[in-house]
Design a protein around this ligand. Structure first.
Ligand code: FEO
Length: 396
């Protein structure tokens, strides 16, 4: 995308990575992503906010945008976040603009030196609340550790009430839309992104939202996805996601080898639905882990379905448990269902993979071989227990 001015003297010059399908060799990107970068031209100084990923296509397009914009001199490069999808082209920018200083937190400085072997003399760390003037424009730096790394900060352009929020409030979404005009689509992408990246840091995210209340914000420019011309849309969504109240929902990731666990899942889903509980079930052999993560954002209960393999849970079920444990959703209850041939420690091993989940473990239901009447009755009781627990907890 060519440079686009979206506020007076403020330009989007980042890269839309339409074809990328995996981030961190882990996170599916069904809609690609973008590495957003911004230029702010003041009456006296010019500043670049973030660079882009190191891929040759992204770097070349981004550096060409600096040329198209006619940037002859850069006074500062702001690194709100050190992760390489935003700092991957920093060394090239600093080589091209030898006068530019990098403004970032002290911790970010150390990380950028570690990641890219940048000369320590190129940095000018900024304190929380520090102000830098560009002439007729004023930048305020807002430290915000643990957006999902410890060095993060936001940059606020005072005259435009414009917040550059790095990953915070962003979305993995490649689009020609400069602004989040299709809010339904952006909502899903942003929720997924929150779930995959920020949910483990929910307490920090709550603090960031509180801290931002003291700023008037008319526009938010994150480092992934479109700009928010209506910031309340994404702030309301985040406030909903980070609150402590789960919904009346069960997330049920499962895997079945010969059909027994599948029958149990089918039965439990129907029993829960009959009681008014929403169930989001995921076949782990084909699951998009981003959808699973997104479902975990407000789930009240997590039930994992697995057969016993090699005396333990199926590896795909173990993976789902590891993922849920790492993402630390606010679920309050959990259970395990499945079948076994002769024995094993499936439940103990799976439960041991969930130490971060502050959940009450509900009774498990394990069938020997194919499920029989007694197993279905146990599933019926589990559904009733979940429905009751959700009701007592006031999940809506
Ligand atoms: Fe988009 Fe944490 O980097």
């Amino acid at each position: 995308m060519r440079p686009r001015e979206f506020a007076p003297g403020v330009y989007a010059i980042g890269y839309q990575d339409w074809d990328r399908r995996l981030f961190d060799a882990l996170i599916p990107l069904p809609d690609g992503t973008s590495y957003n970068s911004y230029v702010v031209k003041g009456s006296e100084k010019a500043v670049l906010i973030e660079t882009v990923d190191h891929s040759p296509e992204a770097s070349a397009a981004f550096l060409n945008n600096l040329t198209l914009l006619g940037i002859q001199k850069l006074d500062y490069v702001i690194a709100n976040h050190a992760e390489p999808d935003h700092s991957g082209t920093l060394a090239q920018v600093l080589a091209r603009f030898p006068e530019a200083k990098v403004l970032c937190t002290e911790r970010c400085r150390g990380m950028l030196i570690d990641l890219h072997a940048i000369d320590a003399g190129r940095f000018q760390p900024v304190a929380d609340g520090a102000v830098v003037s560009l002439g007729d424009r004023t930048l305020v730096f807002i430290h915000a550790a643990w957006v999902h790394w410890p060095e993060t900060m936001f940059t606020y352009l005072r005259e435009e009430a414009l917040l550059f929020s790095c990953d915070f409030l962003g979305a993995h979404l490649a689009t020609t839309d400069l602004f989040a005009t299709d809010e339904a689509r952006v909502y899903e992408a942003a929720r997924r992104y929150y779930a995959e990246i920020m949910m483990p840091f929910r307490t920090s995210i709550q603090n960031h939202l509180r801290k931002l209340q003291q700023y008037q914000i008319k526009m938010i420019a994150p480092s992934h996805g479109p700009v928010y011309g209506r910031p309340q849309f994404i702030l309301d969504a985040y406030n909903h996601w980070v609150n402590d109240e789960p919904s009346n929902t069960v997330v049920l990731p499962y895997v079945s080898m010969h059909g027994a666990t599948h029958k149990m899942v089918e039965y439990l889903v129907a029993a829960l639905a009959q009681r008014g509980v929403t169930v989001k079930r995921f076949d782990l052999t084909t699951v998009d882990t981003g959808r699973l993560a997104s479902a975990l954002v407000d789930a009240g209960t997590v039930v994992i379905g697995t057969p016993t393999v090699l005396a333990g849970p199926h590896p795909l079920a173990a993976y789902a448990a590891l993922l849920a444990n790492a993402l630390r959703p606010k679920a309050r209850f959990a259970s395990i269902i499945g079948s076994y041939g002769w024995g094993g420690k499936c439940v103990e091993i799976l439960a041991g993979l969930l130490p971060n989940l502050k959940v009450e473990m509900l009774p498990t239901v394990l069938a020997k071989g194919t499920p029989r009447e007694a197993d279905y009755q146990a599933l019926e009781r589990l559904a009733e227990t979940i429905a009751q627990k959700h009701k007592e907890a006031g999940f809506k």
